[in-house]
Design a protein around this ligand. Structure first.
Ligand code: GDD
Ligand code: MG
Length: 352
C-alpha cells in the first residue's frame, strides 16, 4: 500500500521561515517535520512506500529526506511541473497506483491509529474515508457534516462564520480508492476539498467519516508551529526526546556547553554545540538550535531558535521564532509573536 504526502504548498503563512526551508522540512527541535509523519506511517506494516508530492523547493526536501532508507520507509518524489492544487497533485502523484492509497496533508501532526482508519474504510467498502477532528473555530479548515451512520453529508472548505454547523473539520488524512480519481482532470489545478469531496457526496458514493478527537494540529502558521514544540515538551504529544522519564524535562545535548551560573528552566531543548554563557537564562518552553550562542545576561523565553543563532549579552527573546543564523544585538528586546527569517541581523538595543 502506498501513502501520498501532499507537500508541495508554498507555506506562505509560515513565511519568512519557509523562504529557504519548505514547510515539510521545517525543524521540530532537530528533526525535519515530515519525519514525524513518516513515524506514523511506519506503524502500518501494509504501507511500503510514501510518495511525496512536491512543487515548492523539491530539491531541498529530497536532499534532507533522501530515499528513506535511513528512516525505515521507502520514499519516492513526484514533482509537478506547476502547482496542481491538492486534487491535481494527488492525481499526478498516483499515476500507476491502482491499490487503495492513504493520503496525508504534509503539515498535520497527529497520533491517529491509521490502521483502524484503513480497517473502517475496508469494512464499509468505502470509495473514500476521511478523518475528522473537532476544533474550536472551523473557519481556517474544511468543515464536514456527517449523517448518523457516519457517512459524509456535506463538505465546506473554509466556511464563513454564518455557515458553521459543526466543529468537525477535515483533518487532512484520507483513505481513497484510485479509481475515483477519474473525475480529476489531468494537468490543471484542482482541489480535493472544493471539488472531489463535494462530488462524492453529490454522486452518493460511499464516503465515510472517521471521527478522531486525540492530538491533532496543522503546523502551517507560526503560533501552531510554536505550539507543537510546547506540546512535545510538556508530553501532550509524545515524541523523542521528551518521552518516558524525560517528559517535561530539560533536554540538553552532551555537546552543549552550559556555564555554571547560567539558569536553565525546564522543560526546554538545547541542541548540540550550543553555548550558554554565565548569567544567561533559558526559560521554559524554549528550543535552542544547534551551535547557537546565548551570551552573558541574555534571556530566552518560550522561543524557538533555529541553528547557529547568536543572542548577544543582555538581550531578551520572548515567545518568538528565529530562523537560521540570526544575530540579535546587545540589549535588544524581541517581543512576543516576532518571527525572524534566516540571517536576520538586529542591531544593539533594537525593540520589536
Ligand atoms: N503537491 C502539492 N501541490 N501540494 C500542495 C499544493 C499543490 O498545488 N497545494 C497545497 N499542497 C499541500 C500543502 O503543502 C499542504 O501540506 C497540504 O497540501 C494542504 O495545504 P494547506 O495550504 O496547508 O491547506 P490548509 O491547511 O489551508 O487546508 C487543508 O488542510 C486542513 C487541515 O489542516 C484542507 O485540506 C482543509 O480542508 C483541512 O481542514
Ligand atoms: Mg495546512
Amino acid at each position: 500500500m502506498k501513502a501520498i504526502l501532499l507537500a508541495g504548498g508554498m507555506g506562505t503563512r509560515l513565511r519568512p521561515l519557509t523562504a529557504h526551508t519548505p514547510k515539510p522540512i521545517v525543524p521540530i527541535f532537530n528533526r525535519p517535520f515530515l519525519h514525524y509523519q513518516i513515524d506514523l506511517l511506519k506503524k502500518v506494516p501494509d504501507i511500503d512506500e510514501a510518495i511525496l508530492s512536491l512543487n515548492y523547493q523539491p530539491n531541498r526536501i529530497a536532499e534532507v529526506l533522501g530515499d528513506g532508507s535511513a528512516n525505515g520507509l521507502a520514499l519516492r518524489y513526484v514533482v509537478e511541473p506547476e502547482p496542481l492544487g491538492t486534487g491535481g497533485a494527488i492525481k499526478y502523484a498516483s499515476t500507476g497506483v491502482t491499490d487503495t492509497v492513504v493520503v496525508f496533508n504534509g503539515d498535520v501532526l497527529t497520533q491517529i491509529d491509521l490502521a483502524s482508519v484503513i480497517r473502517l474504510h475496508r469494512e464499509r467498502r468505502a470509495r473514500a474515508t476521511i478523518v475528522l477532528t473537532p476544533v474550536e473555530n472551523p473557519m481556517a479548515y474544511g468543515l464536514v457534516e456527517t449523517e448518523p451512520d457516519g457517512s459524509v453529508r456535506r463538505f465546506v472548505e473554509k466556511p464563513t462564520a454564518d455557515s458553521i454547523t459543526t466543529n468537525n473539520i477535515n483533518a487532512g488524512v484520507y483513505v481513497l480508492e484510485p479509481d475515483t480519481f477519474d473525475r480529476i482532470p489531468n494537468g490543471v489545478p484542482w482541489s480535493i476539498e472544493r471539488a472531489y469531496f463535494p462530488s462524492l457526496v453529490e454522486r452518493k458514493e460511499t464516503f465515510v467519516a472517521y471521527l478522531y478527537d486525540g492530538y491533532w494540529i496543522d503546523i502551517g502558521a507560526p503560533d501552531k508551529y510554536t505550539q507543537v514544540h510546547r506540546d512535545i515538551m510538556d508530553g501532550t504529544f509524545r515524541a523523542a526526546p521528551f518521552v518516558g522519564a524525560s517528559a517535561r524535562q530539560q533536554s540538553i545535548s552532551p555537546t552543549a556547553r552550559v556555564a555554571n551560573g547560567a539558569t536553565i528552566e525546564g522543560p526546554c531543548f538545547i541542541d548540540e554545540g550550543v553555548v550558554v554563557a554565565k548569567g544567561a537564562r533559558i526559560g521554559a518552553y524554549s528550543a535552542i538550535g544547534r551551535d547557537s550562542v546565548i551570551e552573558e545576561g541574555a534571556s530566552i523565553d518560550g522561543s524557538i531558535l533555529w541553528p547557529n543563532c547568536r543572542v548577544s549579552s543582555e538581550a531578551s527573546v520572548i515567545d518568538a521564532v528565529l530562523g537560521r543564523d540570526c544575530q540579535i544585538g546587545r540589549g535588544a528586546r524581541i517581543a512576543s509573536g516576532t518571527v525572524l527569517g534566516d540571517n536576520s541581523i538586529l542591531s544593539d538595543y533594537t525593540r520589536t
